[in-house]
Each structure stands twice: as C-alpha cells, then as structure tokens.
Design a protein around this ligand. Sequence first.
Ligand code: GLA
Length: 376
Amino acid sequence: MVKLTPPMGWNSWNTFGENISEKLIMETADIMVQSGLLECGYDYLVIDDCWSLRERDAQGRLVPDPAKFPNGMKAVADYVHSKGLKFGMYSCAGNLTCAGYPGSYEHEFVDAETFAEWGVDFLKYDYCYHSPIVAGKYLYRRMGLALENCGRDILFSACSWGSDETHEWIKESAAGMWRSTGDIFDTWESVKELTKQQEKLHPFNGVGCFNDMDMLIVGMYGKGNVGLKGCNDTQYKTHYSIWALLGSPLMIGCDLRSMNEETRKILTNKELIRINQDPACRQPVKLSGIWCGEDMVIYARMLAGGDIAIGIFNLSENPGAGRFNLDELGLPNSTGRTLEMTEVWTGEKLLVTNSTISRNLAPFDCEVFRARLVRQ
Ligand code: GLA
C-alpha cells in the first residue's frame, strides 16, 4: 500500500505495554472519534506487542491471547472499522517479538494471510531476535512481498530502529514508513536525543516511505510503559512540533481515556497537522542559524505551493534566541520578496522586512511559522 502523507493514529505500546485488551482497544476507538482526533486525521488504531499466545496453533498460525481478546481479532477489527478507523497490528522479523511472543520469521506469508483475514490495515514489524545469517533487508523484503500478496491493502510499518543502515534499503521493501530512531521514552532527554539522531536522515524522508521518529509521548506525564520522568506541557508542545514539522508519522502514545485539555490541544493543532500532511512531503532542512548554539535548532520545509514551514526549537533549559538569515531559505534581499509569517500556536503574524529573523524563546519552548512570500 502506498500512503501519500505521513500516517497518523494511536499505538498501545508507550502507555500500555503488555496490558492490552479488547476493552481498552474499543474504549480507545470510541474516544478517537468523540474527541475529534479522527476528524483531525488520526485514523490508525494499532495494537503493539503482547497480543498473542506464546505458542502458535497446530497449523502454525498466530493465536490472539483469549484472556486479552476473548472474541478474537476479527471482532476487534470489525469494531474499529465500525467507528471509521483503520486497524493495526504488530509482529516481528525475528523468531520472537521484542517482548518474547512468536515472531514471523519463516512464517511471513502465513502471517500476512492471517492478518488479512482478520481485517488488518497496518502492520508494525519489529527487528528483535532476527536471524544473524539472513540480512535485515531480506527479512523486510520478505514481509513486504507477503503483505503485497495477501489480498488486502496493509500499510507496512518497518521498525528496525534505523540499524544496519536501514535507510539504504528500506524503500525496496514496500514499507510505507520506517523507524529511523531508537525507542522513545517519556523524558525530555529522549526527545532531544531522537531529534538529533534524525538530522543525518532528513534526506531520506519522502512520499510513500516516511521516516518514523517513534510514537508520541505527548500527554503521558510519566505514566505507563515507557513513562519515566515525564515531561511538562511546553516540552510536549515542542516534541509534537518537531515530529510534525519534520514529516514523521504522528502516532499518539498516551492513554486517551484520561487525556486532559492541554494534551488534546497539542494533538489537534490543525495548522501543524496541515504542515505535517503537506502533499509535497519535501525533505526538511536544518538551518545553520546565527550564533544559535547546539541546543537552539531551526528546521524548515518547503511546502506545496511555495509556502515555507519554519520551526525554531529551544532544546535547552535556558532561555535563548533563535536567529537566522532568510538567505538560508532561498530568499536573499535581491529577490525583492519578504515573508508573511503566522505562528501556529499563537496565531501571531509577522511581516519580515529585513533579512534576519531573531526570536527569543523560553526554556524548552518553540515557535513554528507558516510563511508566505509577498512582494515588498
Ligand atoms: C521495540 C519497538 C517498540 C515496541 C517494542 C515492543 O522496542 O521499537 O516500539 O514495539 O519493541 O516490544
């Protein structure tokens, strides 16, 4: 399946780990609709690891754990579909999944058929316990081929964490997105680390095979499976803004049943979602900036129709200024154009008539602008 803009949805792992059930998935589906998230574009509901029994059945098929999913997966898929959502599941290229459940190694085709029978629309495919002999590129190519031949449109979400030079071979595997970073945790250090890890991979993001910076931690506040210290709302806002601007898939990871208003506001910022889902899917660029220091990062992305998204991110615990020259965006003085900029969180409008932009930011805060070229 080819998805033309970054996939959006919810995934069970960050908060729930192995504590997943039919009830949780149904309640989450209800809230995705009621809270307006589906309307904003979050349409995939994905069950991560730990959904199956520890053994396959006599026919070699995967079996949902009846204690967690008493009515089987088809029933869950039907419910999810009845809400207008798409249904995602998880497996692994190794013998075992990362949490030790059966993986799809040497069962790729039968598993793809099983997922298709259940009505699965998305498969996250992990990389734990993979063969030391068969290279990752062959393992992902296999499952990609199996999914393309299973009789159902299933988005292939590769999850080899960027290892073994994933960027060099992942597009040949029919993956629609690929994990370009290690696992996220609910701490500011993790957000910062993944942001920096991503920089050398910006050129590999593009239509139909998106760099996946991992699921969002917005709204976790230290609770749940990958919840450690947690972050504050400013940090969640900046984390979300970076993922959105860089064109990562946006998979929510918090417990939607107890989502507060601030979390809902962050996750439903329509202007940022519009930037994330921009149809051109161009690669982001990192600007050099002027005297910015390594924790004041500025990213930009040229959008369809010639607008530019510009994000200034203060990753540091100190206040600071983000400065850059318009020349870096392709707009030297000689063009006679200037920028009309609208900030996506506050709606503030700026008309930039000289060649340098300088913005003061509070600790961990950010500004993201949608900029339009106007004549001076
Ligand atoms: C790996 C993945 C995570 C999650 C877990 C499940 O660590 O990177 O996103 O799927 O496995 O065990």
